[in-house]
Design a protein around this ligand. Structure first.
Ligand code: KG4
Ligand code: ZN
Length: 332
C-alpha cells in the first residue's frame, strides 16, 4: 500500500509518500522558522496562515519526488492531533478534501504515536520497547508492545524538554529555536562548570519536571558569577542537567518495566549529548538504545505516512467525522 502523509501540527508544513514495499519515496518539509523567529516563538495565527500557503505546493512536491500520480496513492494519512488547533485544521481539511475527491481512505494519525514509530522508517525494533518522546511540546515515556499497543507511563509535569531548551536559549541570547543552538555551542563548553538542579521526583516516578531548572538558570544569570559565565559553559551545564535526567529516568523505567530496549524520538532526540549519553549508559546497563537519524527526529510527514500505512492496511480508516484535537490523548 502507498500512502500520502500530511503534517501541520505546529510550524512545519510537511508531506511524504511511504510505500510498504519500496519504503520512503518522498519527504518534503517547509519550515516556518524565519516567520516565527522574529517573535521568539511560534505565533499560532501566523502558523495557520503559513500552512494554508504551503500545504498544496508541499503535497505537489512530494508526489512529484515520489514519481507518483494520484492514481498510485492508495490512502491518505494526516496528523489529527495533538498540536495547534488552527494549524492542524489546515492539514486535516486539506487531507479530507483530497481523500473525498480521490475516493481514497483517510487515517487521522496521532502526532505522538507517529514520533514513537518513526524509528521503523530506518530500522526494525523488536517489541516491546520503551519509548522516550522528547519534543517542544512533550516529554513522555511509553511502553510499546505492538503497533496497536502503546501505554503511557509518565511525562512532564510542567515544561517539555524542548521547551526548556528553547527558553534557556532565549535567556542565553541564542535565538529561536534554541535546542539546536544550545547543542552546537555546548560542544565548546564544560558540562560540569555549573551545577544546575536535577528533578528526579519520587523514587519509581516516570514523570519529569524542567520548569525549576529553567528558573534556576534565569536566577543564576542575574548573579555576578552567572553574568561572568561563558555562554558555552552555561549552555553545556544546562544541557547536561536536562540530558542527565532524561537518560537516568528512562533507563530506570526500562529496568522497572523489564524491557531491554529503548527508542528515542522527537526533536530533542537530535541532541548530540543525549544520543551520546543514552548510547553509553544503555550499553553499560545492557539496554539497547535506538534513535532515528537527526532529520527524522524533528517534525516530518514521513512518520505520518508510515503509521498511516500500517493502520490503513489493518483496516482502520477514519470516518468522515474525523476532527482535530489540541491536547494529548494519552494519560495514565
Ligand atoms: O518534534 P519537534 O520538531 O516538534 C514538536 O513536536 O514539538 O521538536 C522541536 C523541539 C524544539 O523545542 C527544538 O528546540 C528541539 O526540538 N530540538 C533540539 C535539538 N533539535 C531540535 N533540542 C536539543 N538539541 C537539539 N539538537
Ligand atoms: Zn513533533
Amino acid at each position: 500500500m502507498r500512502v500520502l502523509g500530511i503534517e501541520s501540527s505546529c510550524d512545519d508544513t510537511a508531506a511524504a509518500v511511504y510505500d510498504a514495499s519500496a519504503g520512503l519515496l518522498a519527504n518534503v518539509i517547509s519550515s516556518q522558522v524565519p516567520v516565527h523567529s522574529l517573535y521568539g516563538g511560534v505565533v499560532p495565527e501566523l502558523a495557520s496562515r503559513e500552512h494554508i500557503r504551503h500545504v498544496l505546493p508541499v503535497v505537489e512536491q512530494a508526489l512529484s519526488d515520489a514519481g507518483s500520480g494520484r492514481e498510485e496513492i492508495d490512502g491518505i494519512a494526516v496528523t489529527a492531533g495533538p498540536g495547534l488547533i488552527g494549524s492542524l485544521l489546515v492539514g486535516l481539511c486539506f487531507a479530507k478534501s483530497l481523500a473525498y475527491s480521490w475516493g481514497r481512505p483517510l487515517y487521522g494519525t496521532d502526532h505522538l504515536e507517529a514520533h514513537i514509530f518513526s524509528i521503523f522508517l530506518e530500522q526494525d525494533v523488536e517489541f516491546p520497547f520503551l519509548a522516550l518522546l522528547v519534543s517542544g511540546g512533550h516529554t513522555s515515556l511509553f511502553r510499546v508492545s505492538g503497533w496497536e499497543e502503546v501505554s503511557y507511563l509518565g511525562g512532564t509535569l510542567d515544561d517539555a524538554a524542548g521547551e526548556a531548551f528553547d527558553k534557556a536559549a532565549k535567556l542565553l541570547g541564542l535565538g529561536y529555536p534554541g535546542g539546536a543552538a544550545i547543542d552546537r555551542i555546548a560542544q565548546g563548553g564544560d558540562p560540569d562548570r555549573f551545577a544546575f538542579p536535577r528533578a528526579w521526583l519520587a523514587p519509581g516516578s516516570a514523570d519529569f519536571s524542567f520548569s525549576g531548572l529553567k528558573t534556576s538558570l534565569r536566577v543564576f544569570l542575574s548573579t555576578p558569577e552567572g553574568k561572568d559565565g561563558r555562554v558555552e559553559d552555561l549552555a553545556a551545564s544546562f544541557q547536561e542537567a536536562v540530558v542527565d535526567v532524561l537518560v537516568g529516568k528512562t533507563l530506570e523505567a526500562a529496568r522497572r518495566e523489564r524491557v531491554p530496549r529503548i527508542v528515542l524520538s522527537g526533536g530533542v532526540s537530535a541532541n548530540s549529548r543525549l544520543r551520546d549519553l543514552a548510547g553509553k549508559e544503555g550499553s553499560r546497563a545492557g539496554i539497547a538504545v535506538y534513535f532515528p537519524s537527526r532529520a527524522l527526529c524533528t517534525d516530518n510527514a514521513a512518520m505520518v505516512a508510515l503509521l498511516g500505512e500500517r493502520r490503513l492496511s489493518a483496516g482502520r480508516a477514519s470516518g468522515p467525522d474525523l476532527n482535530a484535537y489540541a491536547s494529548s490523548r494519552f494519560s495514565r
